[in-house]
Design a protein around this ligand. Structure first.
Ligand code: PSU
Ligand code: MN
Length: 315
């Protein structure tokens, strides 16, 4: 009988046994969001950044039908090869396992698997959301509905700027997903610092975010995710004028090439990376590394001190 249960990388098994903080990382960014061979190097840099900030990285993906929490360096490199890696949302996980697929997990799938594995903090670049033509195409990322029922903290730089940001914020409100800016009351715009919308809440330190996680647990009321929106500093963003030009051109190519469904996001990201001669790629990498660092600090702040791990310290 084939065993379809989640498998854990050795480093993750060890971290869980020792009660060390763990940060979940997605693989769609690597397989479908960044070009080869940069993606292989970036994937390792993301993991190293998590370690440097006091947590253990658990990159999630599927290898030959096995769902793995804590892919090895070789497994990550395998999923980073151009071509055969499927893009897996939550609904795809079981069918992909039955067919023995290799797959990269999206924000939706990664957060769902992380929560199932007891990992509470997850770092990505930018979330999926409501696409600009959604009122006619119905193209809204499953990231939104999944985060509505998944108790994780997702550190991101807002939603991808290729989306309808205002509509996405409205949907997050309807779906009951908590959103707070990290040291800001403006919702970041992924490649650009300011996404053009105000936020109700701001959280100012990893300890304060850990308090929000604890409060949610103790209240037992809210079941959804907390999005921690971490903007790039203004001097590190993609030039907003270049951003807007590139986006307009990308959207018209999307229509001309009749790209739809799950190919839309990778198509637009690839258009940015080629048409800005790698400028957007460098920005995308900075976004992910900054989010990985903050996520690790949050996971460390939320993790119980060793003395409270079931031992009582004699007086
Ligand atoms: N953030 C990035 N690059 C990416 C993605 C996010 O910096 O490639 C991926 C995430 O995996 C997200 C997915 O879940 O894009 C959204 O795809 P869609 O719009 O098809 O749901
Ligand atoms: Mn979509």
């Amino acid at each position: 009988m084939t065993d379809f249960a989640i498998q854990y990388g050795e480093h993750v098994t060890r971290a869980r046994r020792d009660g060390r903080p763990v940060v979940a990382l997605e693989s769609t960014i690597i397989s479908h969001g960044l070009p080869h061979p940069d993606n292989v190097r970036v994937a390792q840099e993301i993991e190293q950044t998590v370690r440097d900030n006091g947590a253990v990285p658990a990159t999630i993906g599927m290898i030959g039908g096995k769902l793995v929490v804590g892919l090895s360096a070789e497994q990550i490199e395998h999923l980073a090869q151009p071509g055969e890696t499927a893009k897996l949302s939550v609904r795809d996980l079981a069918v992909a396992a039955a067919t023995g697929a290799d797959g990269a997990t999206t924000v939706a799938a990664t957060s769902a698997v992380a929560a199932a594995a007891g990992i509470r903090v997850f770092a990505t670049g930018g979330l999926g959301g409501v696409h600009r033509e959604a009122s006619s195409t119905f193209d809204e990322s499953a990231d939104l509905t999944t985060l509505a029922r998944t108790p994780v903290v997702v550190v991101c730089a807002g939603v991808k700027s290729i989306l309808d940001v205002g509509a996405t914020l409205e949907r997050l409100e309807t779906l009951g997903v908590a959103v707070a800016g990290y040291r800001t009351r403006r919702f970041p715009g992924f490649f650009v610092t300011d996404g053009g919308h105000d936020l109700d809440w701001q959280l100012s330190s990893p300890a304060q975010i850990a308090d929000a996680m604890k409060a949610r647990d103790e209240q037992g009321v809210h079941q959804g995710a907390l999005i921690v929106a971490n903007p790039l500093p203004a001097d590190e963003q993609l030039d907003p004028a270049l951003h807007d030009r590139t986006l307009t051109e990308g959207l018209s190519r999307l229509a001309a090439d009749a790209v739809t469904g799950k190919a839309v996001t990778p198509f637009l990201l690839a258009h940015f990376h080629t048409s800005t001669q790698g400028k957007s790629l460098a920005v995308n990498v900075r976004i992910i590394l900054r989010n990985a660092a903050l996520a690790a600090q949050i996971a460390a702040a939320a993790s119980p001190a060793p003395a409270t791990l079931g031992f009582s310290v004699p007086a």
